[in-house]
Design a protein around this ligand. Structure first.
Ligand code: C2E
Ligand code: CA
Ligand code: CA
Length: 570
């Protein structure tokens, strides 16, 4: 086997100036040669972890000197049994001649020992390091080797698992489909996030039964792989530098969609998931503000969800980041609470607006007493801390009925809607505004609602406020005006003041009457709906799946009826 170069005889023209090591170009050429010669070789990749801490604490010059010295040590360790390359900033790869696994393992152990006792300027550093090894017995392209080994390290990083990984061609053939998927996805991010799109899953207020916001959830679609769930790629890419661009793409897309949704539903807010790697990236929080400013979207209608691994970040660092968002009126939710390392300590010490109880607790809450205990305790704790609670995984009617005993602020789950694409989400909203029922306020203890409060939460409806037996319309809000195609409240009044009370379409009269009577008779029951026709000012017919809502307080004194009626304009 002829070597293109050895470490004893380096062609310095292709060497990196910081480390003095040959770069990834040389690595690629060397692998190409070895493949052409059908040679057997082993690649050992190592990556230093938390190196930015060294740069931050000691300055970049020191960091560079350290890398140089570290690279010298790597070259000494490999000697004439192979070569070492600097692939990326803190990623190095050895190419070792042959497939001697024991020798390669020993080399790794020596490197690890060197890193853990790394001496420079009379100081000893414990450099944390990930390592992965591949005994290559069949030819593979250099770029493929690098991206597979990087993906394995990324995954180990995301799990905070420093175990040395041994990969081989057999495992490669088993995993190649999913590894190829990750590689394709990474390439697509570089191509302006090709194939990515967002789905929206609503949050429903437990007070009004209405949609008040939605969570943006990423998807990826490609001809070969079809629709791919984030569970199959987020954990493998979130620690890779390319994820940062995807994260910003998600934020921009979600905010610009939410802005359009807000035109129809003024109180709407959007939740966007955030990974730990985004928070760690310098300048991320300022970029969030820039995006909001560029879009003209109100800061207070954005809520960032801290996904599970964010909770492994240093507490002081997290507090600092979250304080920044809070100062800028951006809301923060703690995602998947109850799983992994979500401790009550985080709930108590972080400036949070919302806690999302993980769906695993809700999905089998009926069967597992221990889940009920956890939900109960989190509810009480959040109440004391004045933090909203969202219950995830409200999947069916049975679960919904059961969890109504908890004073959560909102629910999310398949019972209300699966995550759907933007256009479908809009259609869902149109339907949902009119069909949903207001829950009686008695059950959740939030009794301090006045007419203005309720009006701000319900986008459509006539409101009759019953006060000392006098009934009067108090307001027509924006959604109502939109439904009736009136440009302002005066126009709406003109259109409706003679025809409102009790006016329903004759076809619907019987069922409406029965239903309304039934509701009034049972003040704490859920309400059914009937279908109504609205004839707008311009003569258009709209079907509305609703006849109104009845909301009563425990005192049974104030009663709001919300009626949608047929407006006959001739
Ligand atoms: P997550 O943030 O906990 O999102 C909720 C997941 O639960 C979603 O899966 C949603 O489809 C699913 N789900 C919602 N309601 C129900 C239900 O009633 N029953 C069941 N069985 N499942 C329900 P999805 O969309 O596949 O997302 C999976 C995970 O991927 C998310 O979990 C989140 O951790 C991550 N993810 C998704 N989008 C993003 C993103 O834009 N950025 C980041 N960093 N992570 C994301
Ligand atoms: Ca989430
Ligand atoms: Ca979640």
């Amino acid at each position: 086997m002829t070597k293109e170069n050895t470490n004893l005889n380096i062609d310095t023209s292709d060497c990196d100036s910081v480390s003095g090591l040959p770069t990834s170009d040389k690595f690629n050429r060397r692998i190409f040669r070895l493949n052409a010669e059908s040679a057997k070789y082993t690649v050992l990749m190592i990556e230093l972890h938390h190196f930015h801490d060294i740069n931050t604490l000691n300055g970049y010059d020191f960091g560079n000197r350290l890398l140089h010295k570290f690279s010298d040590s790597l070259r000494e360790i490999i000697g004439d049994r192979g070569e070492v390359y600097r692939i990326e900033r803190v990623t190095f790869a050895f190419i070792i001649d042959g497939n001697d696994l024991n020798f390669a393992k020993k080399l790794y152990e020596q490197t690890l020992h060197m890193a853990e006792h790394f001496e420079i300027d009379d100081c000893i550093f414990n450099l944390e390091m990930f390592g992965v090894l591949w005994c290559v017995t069949e030819p593979h392209e250099a770029t493929q080797i690098i991206s597979i080994l990087s993906a394995l390290i990324d995954h180990a990083k995301s799990e905070d698992d420093y175990t040395f990984i041994i990969y081989d061609d057999e495992r490669h053939n088993e995993n190649s489909k999913s590894i190829e998927l990750i590689n394709t996805i990474r390439t697509c991010i570089l191509k302006d996030c090709e194939g990515f799109y967002l789905c929206y899953q609503p949050f429903v207020s437990t007070v009004t039964g209405k949609v008040i916001g939605a969570e943006a959830l990423i998807r990826w679609r490609n001809e070969e792989y079809g629709n791919v769930s984030p569970y199959h790629f987020i954990p493998y890419i979130e620690s890779h530098p390319c994820f940062y661009d995807l994260g910003l793409w998600i934020l921009r897309q979600a905010i610009s969609d939410a802005k359009k949704i807000k035109e129809r539903c003024p109180g709407f807010f959007i939740n966007v998931n955030i990974s730990y790697s985004q928070l760690q990236r310098k300048g991320f929080k300022e970029t969030v503000i820039d995006i909001l400013n560029e879009t003209g979207y109100p800061n207070e209608s954005l809520q960032l969800e801290l996904t599970e691994r964010c909770r492994n970040l240093d507490m002081c660092f997290l507090q600092e980041q979250l304080q920044f968002f809070r100062k800028n009126n951006i809301k923060i939710a703690l995602d998947d609470f109850g799983t992994g390392s979500s401790t009550l300590e985080l709930l108590c010490n972080l400036p949070l607006d919302c806690v999302k109880i993980d769906q695993t607790f809700i999905l089998n809450i009926l069967k597992k007493d221990s889940n009920q205990v956890i939900v109960d305790a989190t509810m009480r704790c959040s109440d004391r801390l004045n933090v909203d609670v969202c219950l995830e995984g409200v999947e069916n009617q049975e679960i919904k009925d059961f969890v109504e005993q908890y004073p959560a602020s909102y629910h999310q789950g398949y019972f209300y809607s699966r995550p759907v694409e933007y256009d479908n989400f809009l259609s869902f909203l149109d339907y949902h505004w009119y069909t949903n029922k207001i829950r009686i306020l008695k059950s959740n203890g939030k009794l301090n609602l006045d007419a203005t409060n309720i009006l701000s939460m319900i986008p459509g409806g006539f409101f009759i406020y019953v006060d000392d037996e006098e009934e009067r319309i108090t307001c027509a809000n924006e959604e109502l005006l939109r439904m009736f195609e009136c440009k302002d409240a005066d126009e709406f009044y003109e259109l409706t003041h003679n025809s409102f009370k009790g006016i329903v379409h004759p076809d619907d009269y019987d069922s409406a009457e029965k239903s309304i009577k039934a509701q009034i008779a049972s003040s704490d029951s859920n309400m059914d709906y009937v279908r109504y026709r609205i004839i707008t000012k311009n003569g258009n017919v709209k079907w509305v799946h609703d006849y109104g809502h009845l909301v009563t307080s425990v005192y049974d004194k104030d009663v709001f009826y919300v009626f949608l009626g047929d407006v006959i304009t001739e």
